[in-house]
Structure formats: structure tokens, C-alpha cells
Design a binder for this molecule. Sequence first.
Ligand code: MG
Length: 260
Amino acid sequence: MKMKKDNIWVWLLLFLLYTNSATSQEIIAHRGFWKTEGSAQNSITALMKADSIGVYGSEVDILISADGVPVVNHDATVTLDGKQLRVEETPFNILRQVKLSNGEPLPTVKEYLDAFEKCKKTKLIIEFKPHEKKEREVELAQKVIEMVHARGLQDKVEYISFGIHFLHLVRQIDPQAKVYYLNGDMSPGVLSTMGVAGPDYNYNVLFNHPRWVEAAHKLGQKVNVWTVNKSEDIQKAIGLKVDFITTDEPVRAKEIMKKK
Ligand code: MG
């Protein structure tokens, strides 16, 4: 009888360890969940669709217009009537005329946050895109972090950037905020000296530096990997024990994670 009781405790412990490890990896929808009907990259629909499938996060890219309006867009330029316009040199009333592939107008960050307030599950992962002038980056970071705080959303928003300048800005403006570094050229040890929440690197970087995952965890950091779309790469990333997988295929990634 005693033996049986001991066995139950061992099985319970194994179950808890298993469920703990099974739930410790999360998915982030790259530019929202856009590979679905009526959606488009970085659209408000993509954000709401990401929330509807219950992923950890929905990623979005942001820039600032010439007249100081934070807007959602991936590239430094937009195309309007066959002309390429640099977002940071174009006033918002012109940028507003740009339509996304699902017909939505190019959104402002304010509109995005208004929609995000209605999300039940997903966090918003905001990527600060680089600008030519550093003062525009300061203006963007200040305005966006202020908007996030005004809505009381600071626990639901995380930041990412390729730009070291943005890492410092976020740390200065909101020392509690989580900010991850995208550029892949710094070890977790170096990132820890900068107060960064962890590496958020291209999957090739982490596949070449698998030990960075453990090193980051030992430093209390979380590890994200992007943009992992092929099933075999998703499996490999899961095997590396990264915390987050950023993908254009959130539904498939979820299924693969469930099976593991
Ligand atoms: Mg991005």
C-alpha cells in the first residue's frame, strides 16, 4: 500500500513537471494573425484575430509621421498612387490615404491601442522601427509609452527593437517595461548589463548559438525567436526551450506545441 502511495506522488510530480514545461512556451503572431480571411499584416483586424485564437502576443510595427503622429507600418516607406513616401517625412493626412490589403486605412497607434483595450487574452508586442533622426525616436517612444500608461495597459504591452537607442529610451521612460533586443549580435550576458528583458533573435542566430537560451534563463531573461514558419523549425525552436516563438503561422505553431 505504502509503495502505491509513493508511486502516486511520483506520478503527480512528473505530471506537474510536464504541465509546467508544456505551458511555458508561448506564441506571438507576427504582425498580428494576418493569414486569415479579412485580415492583413499590421491591421486592427489582425490584432483582434490574434486575440480570438488566444495566442500570448500580437506583434506590431510602429513609426512616427512628419507631424508627430505615431502610426502602424512595417516599412520605412509607403506606396501611394505609385509613389514611395517615407513615413517619417510624410504628414499623417497623406499617410491616412494608404489602404491595407484588407481595405483598412493605415492605422494610428492610438486606434490600435483603442482596439487592444478590447482584447481579452493577447498582449501587444510593439516594435519600434528605426528612424533617420534620433529625436523622432525619442518623440515616438515618449508618445507611445505615455498612451500605454494613460490606458493602464503597461502590464499587457512589451517592446522590441533592432535599435539600441530604443532599448535605452524604453528603460529611461518606463524602467518597469519589458524590452527585448532583435538584432542578434549580443550575448545574454551583454544584454543583462543593459537591463534588457532578453534576446528576441532570428531563428538562425539561436540555432547557431543554442547555449544562449540556457545562459539567458540563468540570467532571468526570456528568449523569443522570429520568424519561425516552417514546421521543422517550429519543432526545433520548441526543442531549444525558447519562451516565445514569433510566427506567421500561429495556428499551426499552436498545434505543434500541443502535440509536443
Ligand atoms: Mg516587426
